[in-house]
Design a protein around this ligand. Structure first.
Ligand code: UD1
Length: 368
């Protein structure tokens, strides 16, 4: 039976990788009887880490902005929780939606669970099995508190079952980040963003580096940058520098190799266009492993583990860790054309947001 009373959802975003995951879900829910509110915690606040993503993704302006900013993990998490408790008390949503694995995601999940508000986790079940990663702690906590576990790849389903979570909460729906990618790729390419950096398609590498394990230890960071500088003798490297990395470089007094072409964090469309036309991508990001697989662009992940194994098993991603030999070898193989083509993981078809909306609306009907 179709209900005429709209349900009220509250979606919470905070950091850059949340925005492209929530956009397709909010879009799909907009075609149903749903009153949607969007809350931005302010974990990321620089215009080029936040506002530009809202504009380019067509996200509505947040109804509420909590302005928590940067702090230690405990302080940042606590600030989001304290502010959200008041928001939930005031708005009493029927469902809270969170995405990914950042501190804002976990903080929101804890508050929703304590307020007995049903909780949906977009991108559930991913596990690196490395609890030294702050995101892994966030993932485990959020999944165990969630009523809806929206999973991007089969490993996520297996992990959740292994952790004793109920099968009927788990929904393999595909990948919302890939929904956004498919929707915006043509526009991203039309802008030829490589031209602004004096680069030609498929003649450059794109680098991102921001994980604490890679950038917080000055010796490790120096070794990584030296290795990448050697790579850049064969292929120009464009390096949009995350603010965290920029401040670690400044603090440690490392002189950046002149051969790396540096720029600030890039808008969504610019970065997507650059990724699509890179000869190869070097990264320690989670999401970029998925985006390069969706684009069939070779990716070397500068970590020893991945919570997204489908990008290695079926995609164009390989783990090279921080070992200079492995990084060089990976680059050589890619440049020699000795690299597998990506096969697209099941349901990475641009319709994950719609599947999530359909599941939510089914729940609404059974609840009536
Ligand atoms: C966060 C997420 C990480 C995600 C990344 C994407 C957690 C635990 N980590 O890491 O999973 O991959 O976002 O970018 O939630 N800063 C600015 N401007 C901003 C935001 C941050 O200058 O708009 C600087 C601040 O110095 C801050 C530092 O970056 O202290 C780190 O920001 P924070 O949000 O704590 O974590 P990220 O490293 O961005």
């Amino acid at each position: 039976m179709k209900t005429s009373t709209p349900i009220k959802t509250l979606s919470i975003v905070g950091a850059r990788p949340n925005f492209m995951k929530i956009a397709p879900v909010m879009d799909a829910l907009a075609t149903h009887a749903v009153d949607q509110l969007l809350v931005h915690t302010g974990q990321h606040y620089d215009a080029n880490m936040s506002k530009v993503f809202f504009d380019e993704l067509g996200l509505p302006k947040p109804d509420l902005y909590l302005g928590v900013g940067s702090a230690s993990h405990a302080r940042q998490t606590a600030a989001v929780m304290t502010a959200l408790e008041d928001v939930f008390n005031e708005h009493r949503p029927d469902l809270v939606l969170v995405a990914g694995d950042v501190n804002s995601t976990m903080a929101a999940a804890l508050v929703a669970a304590k307020a007995s508000i049903p909780l949906a986790h977009i991108e559930a079940g991913l596990r690196s099995f490395d609890r030294t990663m702050p995101e892994e702690v966030n993932r485990v906590v959020v999944d165990h508190l969630s009523d809806f576990l929206f999973v991007t790849e089969e490993s996520g389903h297996r992990n959740l079952i292994h952790e004793g979570l109920a099968e009927d909460r788990i929904h393999l729906v595909g990948n919302c980040m890939v929904d956004s990618l498919k929707r915006h790729l043509d526009r991203a390419l039309e802008a030829s963003p490589w031209e602004a950096f004096d680069l030609a398609p498929e003649t450059f590498a794109l680098l991102t580096l921001h994980r604490p394990s890679n950038v917080d230890d000055p010796a490790a960071l120096r070794q990584m940058l030296d290795t990448l500088s050697e790579v850049s003798q064969q292929l120009p490297i464009l390096f949009p520098v995350h603010p965290r990395t920029r401040s670690r470089i400044a603090d440690s007094g490392i002189e950046l190799p002149a051969s790396l072409q540096l720029c600030g964090p890039q808008p969504y469309l610019t970065f997507l266009g650059l990724m699509a036309k890179a000869r190869l991508v070097l990264t320690d990001s989670g999401g970029i492993q998925e985006e390069t697989t969706a684009l069939d662009v070779p990716c070397l992940t500068l970590r020893w583990n991945t919570e997204r194994p489908v990008t290695v098993d079926q995609g164009s991603n390989r783990l090279v860790g921080t070992d200079p030999q492995a990084i060089h070898q990976g680059c050589r193989a890619i440049l020699a054309g000795d690299w597998p083509r990506a096969r697209q993981p099941p349901l990475w078809d641009g319709k994950a947001g719609q599947r999530i909306a359909a599941t939510i609306m089914q729940w609404v009907e059974t609840r009536e």
